[in-house]
Design a protein around this ligand. Structure first.
Ligand code: RNT
Ligand code: ZN
Length: 416
């Protein structure tokens, strides 16, 4: 990019006391955990014929979805080559790379993930992990860890235990923590007769899963308000997991911004949770009317989430993962667009004069605050973003998309 344009932009920010070079450095060290499941519409490698279940849906039929470890990692390679800064990969248990001996969910082991460790090592990626409590015949009546059937609960408890061990293996092999996130689909389609018992059963199952102390593993639980087909009642609700995490030090409450009532915002929840928790894991997504998991855009709420992360000085406390799956567009592009949007939001947040704005709030100078917040929106932010991408060695503009199109032509279209 034109250095004069950058210098002029940097000077505008310097006028407010903002050091854009420092902002870029800070962003370059903040990892985004990119979810592997955008690459294949949450299908996984089990080839069990089970449809995606649990009240989540990937809609669309864009050609070229990855069908194997080789295809998924090849696609992911292209995506990460177009995304600046530090990256991690977020895996689900159903992406086990099974050998000759098939291991069911309750018996998966470290060896089923050895290829992922080799991959992550060679790309300098940390790994985060998720047990997969859906798309499996042992989900009975939509229930797993809260099932009234002891056999069902025990199966999924074993799955959770194995997954935490695999998470510890990732942490040990890669020398970085592994966030291990429990999300279960358990709920009811219609008004329950008993809301308490399933929650007590879930708490008991979680206690069993979390018993083992495992170095390097950061445990978390992900709440939800409702899913498709489970509209009336979700066992793992926000209050349930918030309470569980508060009562169990070392277990954190993951917030997915598609999992609340539409007028609730994770941006407001973040500073509330930061009063009590030293870590906040996030699933950043874009809900459209429901938990639709659209590709993350550089929109108001994503910016507000980023602003809270930055102004609460919580970049070392927030574990930022993405969670969306759009099957109607090019999946590699979906990864790139969503991750770059999150990073844009963070850079935007890092270039705001927080000290000045906070002072105006404290002084009760709300007119000037409103004026400045609005004026700041049209600062030459694009020039700072472009300079950041250039510094990180990735395309700074829409030219990255041509690489994805060439790949679609040469590789994705061959997958039929
Ligand atoms: C579902 C949760 C969960 C999943 C992934 C695939 O509503 O958001 O995180 O999207 O585990
Ligand atoms: Zn999620």
């Amino acid at each position: 990019m034109n250095p004069v344009v950058f210098d002029q932009a940097a000077a505008r920010y310097a006028h407010f006391g903002v050091d854009v070079i420092a902002a870029m450095d800070t962003l370059s060290r903040f990892p985004i955990s990119i979810h592997c499941w955008q690459g294949d519409d949450v299908t996984g490698f089990e080839n069990s014929g089970e449809a995606l279940s649990g009240g989540i849906q990937a809609t669309g039929n864009y050609p070229g979805k990855a069908r194997s470890f080789e295809e998924l990692t090849k696609d992911f390679d292209l995506a990460i080559s177009l995304i600046p800064g530090m990256k991690r990969i977020n895996l689900h248990a159903c992406y086990a790379v099974q050998g000759a001996q098939f291991h069911d969910r309750d018996a998966i082991t470290e060896e089923d993930f050895a290829p992922w460790v080799d991959y992550a090592k060679s790309r300098n990626l940390g790994i985060d992990f998720n047990p997969t409590f859906f798309s499996h015949p042992m989900v009975k009546d939509g229930l797993t860890l809260s099932s009234p059937d002891e056999t069902v609960r025990a199966f999924w408890v074993r799955h959770g235990i194995q997954c935490r061990r695999i998470a510890a293996y990732f942490a040990k092999e890669l020398g970085t923590h592994c966030l291990c996130n429990v999300w279960i689909p358990d709920g009811l389609k219609d008004i329950p007769a008993d809301r308490l018992t399933p929650r007590k059963l879930l708490a008991g199952s979680l206690d069993q899963i979390f018993t083992e102390k495992l170095p390097g593993v950061i445990d978390c639980v992900e709440s939800k308000v409702f899913g498709i087909g489970v509209e009336a009642y979700t066992v793992g609700s926000s209050e349930f997991y918030m309470g569980y995490a508060a009562a169990h030090p070392g277990v954190y409450n993951l917030m997915d911004n598609g999992h609340y009532h539409p007028t609730e915002t994770v941006s407001d929840k973040l500073p509330a949770m930061l009063c009590f928790f030293d870590k906040i894991p996030l699933h950043v997504t874009r809900p459209m009317r429901w938990d639709s998991d659209h590709v993350v855009r550089f929109d108001d709420e994503i910016r507000e989430i980023a602003l809270e992360i930055v102004r609460c000085d919580a970049m070392d406390k927030v574990l930022c993962g993405l969670d969306y799956f759009d099957a109607s567009i090019n999946r590699v592009a979906a990864w790139v667009i969503g991750t770059r949007s999150m990073q844009k939001a963070l850079l935007y947040a890092l270039t705001q004069p927080h000290g000045l704005l906070t002072k105006l709030q404290q002084e009760g100078n709300f007119t000037r605050l409103l004026m400045l917040q609005e004026e700041l929106k049209t600062m030459p932010f694009g020039a700072i973003w472009e300079a950041y991408c250039e510094k990180m060695g990735v395309p700074c503009d829409e030219s990255w998309f041509e690489q994805v199109l060439t790949y679609e032509e040469n590789v994705l279209k061959e997958r039929v």
